[in-house]
Design a protein around this ligand. Structure first.
Ligand SMILES: NC(=O)c1ccc[n+]([C@@H]2O[C@H](COP(=O)([O-])OP(=O)(O)OC[C@H]3O[C@@H](n4cnc5c(N)ncnc54)[C@H](O)[C@@H]3O)[C@@H](O)[C@H]2O)c1
Ligand SMILES: [Zn+2]
Length: 246
């Protein structure tokens, strides 16, 4: 049986405003792979860090676009897990603000409003050249997973609406995320390895404001040493246990 650490329970019971910073581990139990897990199937021989850049897209648009179409398909087949659902439930009795690095929509499908998608969204495509949103049909990947990106009316290639390595975060989302981490009574950091900046700097920012920071992650991370409490459990076990105990 999972027991909520008493320090976590104490602060979670009294906090009226809670910010939850989520990463890929939040969706792992929904069957959406994290970057650190080996990629499966067709994509197992590719390193995500080598696919998730503008350079990679310009070099081989069909390879990179096909990877995103495949990932979007994985997300559409998946559903929110008990962790996503319990955050939506918590928001009915407290001000729970979700700041996510995830590009999936599993928080929304669990019934949560997401304050900030720091790294964009898998389902939001736009033109590489003029930025115009694209909502047409996506191409079917071929047998090896490649899919040529559609073209914008301006002639530009359609790109995924996610933040690639080397790109700045969407300004408003990051500003909202910063505010939510400073102006809160508890920061829960769920399923993030804490190596992708600037998102990984948010827990330290919260702590510098005196906000208690609790990590929920089955493994130690770069962030663990600077958290007030590290709770070694998973998102779909820890969060429902916590919310049920409130
Ligand atoms: N679902 C998604 O949207 C998705 C999936 C893969 C990668 N990404 C992107 O990859 C980048 C990587 O950073 P990151 O820190 O989010 O992910 P990461 O892959 O670097 O780290 C995942 C973390 O989740 C932890 N974890 C694994 N299973 C867990 C579980 N069941 N419950 C709780 N924690 C668990 C791991 O120990 C690890 O610390 C992000 O920018 C994100 O946008 C997103
Ligand atoms: Zn265009």
């Amino acid at each position: 049986m999972t027991i909520v650490p008493v320090e976590v329970l104490d602060v979670a019971r009294t906090a009226r405003r809670i910010t939850v910073l989520t990463g890929a581990g939040m969706s792992a139990e929904s069957g959406v792979p994290t970057f650190r897990d080996a990629q499966s199937g067709l994509w197992s021989r590719f390193d995500p860090a080598q696919l998730a850049t503008e350079d990679a897209f310009r070099r081989d648009p069909a390879l990179v676009f096909g990877w995103y179409v495949w990932r979007l398909g994985r997300v559409r087949e998946a559903g929110p897990n008990a962790g996503h659902l319990s955050l939506a439930q918590w928001a009915r009795s407290a001000d729970v603000r979700i700041v996510t690095q995830n590009v999936d929509d599993l928080h929304e499908r669990a019934g949560s409003e997401v304050l900030a998608h720091l790294h964009g969204s898998l389902a939001a495509f736009r033109c590489l050249d003029c930025g115009r949103p694209f909502d047409g049909d996506l191409p079917e990947p071929d047998a090896v997973g490649r899919a040529a990106p559609p073209r914008c009316p301006c002639g530009g290639l359609v790109r995924p609406g996610v933040v690639w390595f080397g790109e700045p975060l969407p300004q408003k989302a990051f500003a909202d995320g910063v505010l939510a981490c400073r102006d809160t009574e508890l920061l829960l950091v769920v399923g993030t390895s804490g190596i992708v900046y600037p998102a990984a700097g948010l827990p330290d920012l919260a702590r510098s404001m005196g906000v208690p920071v609790v990590e929920i992650n089955p493994e130690p991370t770069e962030l663990s040493p600077s958290c007030d409490v590290t709770w070694r459990t998973t998102a779909a076990t820890g969060l429902p246990t916590l919310v049920a105990a409130l």
